[in-house]
Every structure is written in C-alpha cells, then in structure tokens.
Design a protein around this ligand. Structure first.
Ligand code: 26Q
Length: 798
C-alpha cells in the first residue's frame, strides 16, 4: 500500500471510493484526511498485533505510565514519519494535486493536557516505542480537551474544545475489555474462617470502556498502546433516575480540568483520578493473572509509574486488590505495591501539592480511605520509633494531618522511587520540600532530567533544519541524538553558518505568513523573533517580559538617539479560566500590542504579537522560527521546563534564569552561548526565609521601574480605567512575590547582550550552532533510557 508512490496513489484512490462513494473530483480535503488516516491505521494494525503477541509470549516486564494528561497533538504526519512512509505519501499526494499540509490541517489536536506535564507524557510514549521498550500509557478519553481560547477585545474567552466532533481515526473502541468502577456506598466487614473480608455494598457503579490508540515507534515494527478510558453507564440498576445517572456517569470523562493549582476540592476531579487508577489496575492485574496465575511476582513483571500525584490512588488500590481479592497479608501486599510503583514529582510550589479533605474523600472511596488510614498509621508508628517524641516532624511527614490527605507523602511512602525532573529541581526536593523524607529514605530519591522527542520537535517540525543537518553530519543523530554534537566542528564553517541563517529565515517567513493570515499584522522576518510560549502563570513572569517591552518603547519614544535591532515579541499562553491575575496579564499583552504596533514612531522597531489558542500544532511552527527563547521564571519555581529544550534544538538562544533545565542548558553550551540573569534559587529562597525584600525600594530607587509601574495605572493604556490595578498591586502592595522588579535591571542588561550578539551575525550563528549541537542530551530517548534502566528495570525487545 505504501511501497512506492504509484502503488500508494492507486490504493488511495480506491480507498477513497470505497469509503465515501465519491469520485476524486467530488471529494473534500476532509475525505482525503480520513482516507489516508484509515489506510495508515490499517497499515499499523499487523505490527500492533505482533507487538502485543510478542509481549504476551515472551512475558517480558512491562511498564505502564499512568497519567491524567496526554497532550498528543496531531498524529497523522508523525505516524507517517515514524513508519518511514512520509516522503512516499507526500510525493504521491502531490502528484494527485493534494498538498499534505492541507490534509494535516484537518486533524484536530488531541489536546488532553494542560501543558508541560501532559506533553512530557506524549514525548515519553514516542520514545518508549522508538526504543522498542515495552511501555504503555493509561489515561482518560476526555470528550473535551483543554479549552479553546479566543481573544475578544483583548480578553481571553474560553470555549469547549471538540476534538472528537468528526470522530478519531486513531482509536479503536474495545467494549469487550470494559471494566466497572465503584464509588460511594459502605464497607461491610465479615469474619470468615478467621479472616476479615471487606465487602463494598450500596455503591454506584460506572463502566470504563477502553479506547486504544497505537503508538508507533520510529523505524521499528514496535507498536505500543495508549489506552484511554471513557466513562459510560453500567446496565441500569432498578429504581434509579436513569437520566440523572447517565449524566453523572458521563461527566467523569467529559472535561479535562484546566490546571488550577489552588483549585482542589473538586469532587469530580477526584472521581476522574480514581476512575483512571481503578480501571487501569484491573486491566494490569487481569493480564498478569492470565499469564502467571497469581500476583506474587507482580513487581517482577510489571512497573507502574505515576505521573505526578494525580494517579497516586494506584497505591491504595493495588493494596486493596492484594489484600481483599488475593487475601495477602499486609506485609506481603505492601512489599509488592512499593516495589511495583514509582513516582515523578513535577513541582516544588507548595501550594500546588495535592491535598484532599477527608470529608470529600471518605464518602466517595470508603475502602480506599480505610487503606490510606492504615498506611498512615503504620507510617506514623515507624516515625515514632525512629524519632521518639519528635511530634513536630511526625506531624509534618504524616500522610493524613489536619483532616487532609497529602498525596505527595502517600506517593513517596508507597513507592520505591521518587524523581524530580531536572537536577536543580531534585536538589530542591531533597534539601527543602521533602528533606525529612530524603533523610529517611535517601535511596528512593533520584533525578531524571526531562526530554523532548526530537522526532516531532526537530525532524517533523523543522524539515529545513533536518535537511541541513543530514547534509552536514549525516543521519547517525536520528537514532542517536547525542551525535548532534558532531556539528561542533561546523561552528566556524562559513558555508554551514550561511545555510543555517537561510533555514532560520525561511522558518521565520513561514511563521510570519501564518501570523499575517491570523491577525492581519505584518511582521518583519529580519527582526529578532523573541518568543515566550507557555501557560500563563505569575511564576513564569510573562509580566517581566511585558515590562521590558514597555521600557524599550519608552526609550524609543524619549531618546532620539536610542536604537535597537528590530524585534518581534511573540507570546502564546492560556490562562486557567479562574486565574484572575493571569487573565489580566493576557489583556495587558494585548493592550501593549495594540499600542506598540500602531505607533508610527516605534512600529519598525517593536512589534508585539499574541498568538491565540497556543497548542501543540501551533508550537510546531513557532519553535523553528524563534531566535530568542524566553525562560524567565523566578529561580526555584520552574521544575524543568521543556519548551526551553525545543527552542534550543531549533537553534534559538536562551534568555533565562538559573532555574529548571536552563541550568543544564548552560552547563552544556557554556556561559558564552546563553544569556542568563537574575537571582539564583538559593537567593530567592533566602529572601523568602529572611523577608529581606521590599519591592517599594526598587520603585523608589529605579526611575525606570517607577515609570513602568505608573504606566500600569495612569492613562498610558487609554480607556481601560483601573483594569491593571491588580497587577500594579501585585508588584507594590503585595511586595512582588515573584521578584519581577528585583530582577528587572538584570533582565534589561541581558536583553542588551542579546541585541549586541544578534547584530554580530557570524557570532550569533555560531552560538546558535553550539545550541543545536548540544541539544541531543535533551532527547526524551535519553530520559526514557534512564527511567528504563534505573527505575523500571525494563529492557528493549529487539
Ligand atoms: C491540579 C489540581 C486540580 C486541577 C488541575 C491540577 C493540575 C493539572 C496540571 C496541576 C498541575 C498540572 C500540570 C503541571 C505541569 O505541567 N508541570 C510542569 O511539568 C513539566 C514536565 O515535567 C515541567 O517541565 C514544568 O516545569 C512543570 O511546571
């Protein structure tokens, strides 16, 4: 079907006819998309079956990656690429008069995630399959992914996302593998032959129906599985309000919760978490039983990884199965559970650590609550033996305290591995946030610096750079991304640097055209493309970027001999719908864009673009076009960042704080090839501890800062009244919790270094080359190999 373009063309036309009963002339681009999608899925299916059979017969250890989010983006072209048939298809379609990019655009992003954490899960699946590792994802098939963002009058407005509106060619519904999940009710204890038996009665039952999606590895026949659960009503029990029951059931997989760090206490969110865990564990345990007949060796054949604490109920749920269904003793069950489960932490923001109040938890999950209580009691007893009389420490470390269940404590205590997502993040976990746990269980803590799949984020999204690399250093880096380092001798190769410059320019023109189509705004592809794309959060400090743009604007207006290389500042960001401050910052960016872009005096030097509805598919056009990567979080707050890696791999230079993986980028490229600035993580944490920061001093002592703050509330932005007063207050009344003003001067100075470096193009291109050459470390293949050997103890299958 894909052996060469002629065979492909015939197969495609025939399939189009069969599926739609239309001639080619009458068919639409959507028809073409579904035709091709069906062909590809069919092409995948035999390898998919073989991979599953092989896993079954060889009884190799499997890893299951449990995640409440998977931000896959589009799959068509990625699958074509990994199958090695992209070029054949592209050329074949072209000869039929079809542009593959038009077909690609039909596919909706699978946006079942908020940001970094969900995208990381998607990159990990791609690497697992590409490395022939037996690893699968379990998630939820949300009917609506992350909301669609529209900007209306400068404000963010949210609309429900509808990725399934036209169906999903990549999924296979498996009704025969459906399982039941129970909520509420009571636990009855009966004694039988000297043992206690727990029975769950009067509960509400819902059905979890799996939808499987194939995960295709690159240049291999391995096809792993992402299993997404959908909530459906179980056969209706008699005497209930049927419509109400259906509504409540389907609500469980209806929406992805937008990241609202402070917003716990949503019962439906807890239901989603248990729904994912309970369905996935039944599935894991029943396949294990089929192969081995018992669960005593579960930890030898299965690794279960929990992506943050969202699936942490896997710990008490596995205990429940081993105790209540298998009749094991507590100690046997605990050993198997802790040896099976491992946990990744993605945040040090203490307000973002999940906690659930008992009054919500216990009625919803009565048996699970009993087990969590028992885990807590046994753990506190252990603490008491180890630290007799140290009530303070015991209270801080307890899993249940002050009527709340602390999910991260449960995760650390109930697993054999806890990892952070970058070196500095893991150090903060070990020495600050979880220092007591680290003292008690040092061997459980380890670091796994995040990564990104270079297949999507370089080969697929930047074919121009890919070709240049192939022509320059060959193709070894594709299977072994560390070999991008072979580019190092070319940092002084004039012909190479010129081609690199051309590639970047081409990608900037592509993005400029896209922006023109969407916004009507012309941007200069010779200007510096300075990009900050990520969720909107106070700690990521989009506000610092905004204040710097206002500062440049002020100077251009006030100083006739001040000049800079023209810059286009590009933002993309969704704010959680209930996050008041973040929404103000979006409005501020849009007001600033309006002002700056329409000022005759400055518009040739400064442009500000807010890209609406930032998501994976847009990101693929943005990273290749960037010159400057903005990674300016308050040090210690960004666990890792992964956008920073995508920019680097596409040759952008980082302006960043010493936070998250920026620290490792600097280690790799050297201080001459990155623009770092600002407070260190230690300085930030000491300032919090001592209270030694007063933002007002900066207001009084720096005239630039004073002017900028006043411009937020005088009529610099006309007709907005006191709209930005809350931002002003965050800086000056609430003492600028994220040190925006304190880091301002250093940021301006770093940006001046950027300007000077860019003007020296040979120098800039050399720096850019070093960044690409050193980016291989950030391939998620490296990350996944580390998880596989250090944590999961699984091995490649070919
Ligand atoms: C919590 C409670 C209720 C509703 C939603 C949530 C929720 C959802 C998503 C809380 C957090 C998230 C997502 C967190 C996240 O994306 N963290 C990022 O993870 C990346 C991958 O490790 C890191 O690179 C980033 O630094 C980190 O911020």
């Amino acid at each position: 079907m894909f052996s060469n373009k002629e065979v492909f063309k015939i197969a495609f036309l025939k399939r189009l006819e069969m599926l739609y009963g239309k001639s080619f002339e009458d068919s639409s681009t959507r028809d073409h998309y579904y035709t091709l999608g069906n062909m590809v899925r069919e092409y995948i299916s035999s390898s998919w079956i073989k991979t599953n059979e092989m896993y079954r017969t060889t009884q190799t250890k499997q890893v299951y990656y449990l995640s409440i989010e998977f931000m896959l983006g589009r799959l068509l072209v990625n699958n074509l690429l990994n199958l090695g048939i992209r070029d054949t298809v592209e050329v074949g379609l072209k000869e039929l008069g079809i542009n593959i990019h038009d077909i690609e655009e039909i596919e909706a992003d699978a946006g079942l995630g908020n940001g970094g954490l969900g995208r990381l899960a998607a990159c990990f699946l791609d690497s697992l399959a590409s490395l022939n590792l037996p690893g699968h994802g379990f998630g939820i098939r949300y009917k609506h992914g992350l909301f669609d963002q529209k900007i209306i009058d400068g404000f963010q407005v949210e609309y429900p996302e509808q990725w399934l509106r036209h169906g999903n060619v990549w999924e296979v519904r498996k009704p025969d593998a459906a399982v039941e999940v129970r909520f509420g009710g009571k636990v009855e204890v009966v004694e039988k032959e000297g043992r206690f038996i727990f029975r769950h009665v009067d509960c509400q039952t819902i059905t979890a129906v799996p939808y499987d999606m194939p995960v295709v590895g690159y240049d291999t026949s391995t096809v792993n599985t992402l299993r997404l659960w959908s909530a459906e009503p179980s056969p209706y029990p008699p005497g209930i309000d049927v419509l109400e029951y259906k509504r409540q059931t389907e609500a469980v997989s209806e929406f992805l919760y937008p990241d609202d760090t402070n917003d716990d206490g949503k019962i439906l969110r807890l239901k989603q978490q248990y729904f994912l865990v309970c369905a996935s564990l039944q599935n894991i345990v029943s396949s294990h039983r089929k192969q081995h007949g018992h669960l005593r060796n579960l930890h030898e054949k299965v690794a279960i990884h929990i992506n943050d604490t969202h699936p942490v109920l896997a710990i008490p749920e596995l205990m429940r199965i081993l105790l209540d269904e298998e009749g094991m003793t507590w100690d046997e069950a605990w050993k198997i559970t802790t040896q099976t489960i491992s946990y990744t932490n993605h945040t040090t923001l203490s307000e973002a650590l999940e906690k659930w109040p008992i009054y919500l938890f216990k009625p919803l999950l009565p048996r699970i609550y009993m087990i969590v209580e028992e885990i807590n009691e046994r753990f506190c007893k252990l603490l008491w033996e180890r630290y007799p009389g140290d009530w303070d420490r015991i209270e801080h470390m307890a899993i249940i305290a002050h009527d709340m269940i602390k999910m991260a404590h449960l995760a650390i205590v109930g697993s054999h591995s806890t990892n952070g997502v970058a070196k500095i993040h893991t150090e903060i976990l070990k020495h600050r946030e979880f220092v007591n746990f680290y003292t008690m269980f040092p061997e459980r803590f380890n670091s796994k610096t995040n990564g990104i799949t270079h297949r999507r984020w370089l080969i697929k999204s930047n074919p121009e750079l890919t070709n240049l690399l192939l022509n320059t250093i060959g193709d070894k880096w594709i299977k072994d991304p560390a070999k991008l380092d072979e580019l190092m001798p070319h940092t002084t190769d004039g012909a190479f640097l010129e081609q690199l410059s051309n590639v970047k320019h081409t990608r900037k023109q592509i993005l400029a055209k896209h922006i023109k189509n969407k916004t009507g705004i012309d941007i200069d592809s010779n200007s510096i493309f300075d990009v900050q794309v990520k969720r909107l959060h106070a700690y990521k400090r989009q506000l610092l970027n905004v204040l710097h743009i206002m500062y440049l604007y002020n100077r251009l207006k006030e100083e006739s001999n001040f000049t800079i290389h023209p810059r286009t500042f590009i933002f993309g960001a969704k704010a959680s719908p209930g996050y008041y401050y973040a929404k103000k910052v979006i409005k501020l960016i849009n007001e600033l864009a309006d002002k700056v872009n329409n000022d005759k005096q400055t518009k040739d030097y400064l442009k500000v673009i807010f890209i609406e509805n930032y998501r994976v598919s847009l990101a693929e056009d943005i990273f290749p076009a960037a010159d400057v990567s903005e990674q300016i979080s308050t040090a210690s707050k960004e666990a890792s960042g992964t956008g920073n890696m995508k920019f680097m791999m596409n040759g952008a230079l980082t302006v960043g704080t010493m936070d998250g993986a920026n620290v490792e980028i600097k280690e790799l490229v050297g201080e001459d090839n990155i623009f770092t600035f600002g407070l260190s993580a230690d300085e930030v944490m000491n300032l919090y501890a001592t209270g030694g920061y007063s933002s007002m001093e900066y207001y009084h002592h720096d005239v630039r800062i004073r002017q900028l703050c006043e411009q937020l509330v005088n009529n610099f932005f006309p007709d907005i009244g006191n709209l930005f007063e809350p931002i002003y207050d965050s800086l000056l009344v609430q003492n600028d919790h994220y040190f925006v003003l304190k880091d301002f001067a250093a940021y301006v100075e770093a940006q001046e270094r950027v300007n000077a470096a860019y003007i020296n193009q040979p120098q800039w291109l050399k720096m850019s080359t070093v960044n690409i050459a050193k980016s291989g470390f950030f391939s998620s293949d490296r990350t996944i190999n580390e998880y596989a050997s250090d944590i999961w103890k699984i091995h490649g299958q070919k």
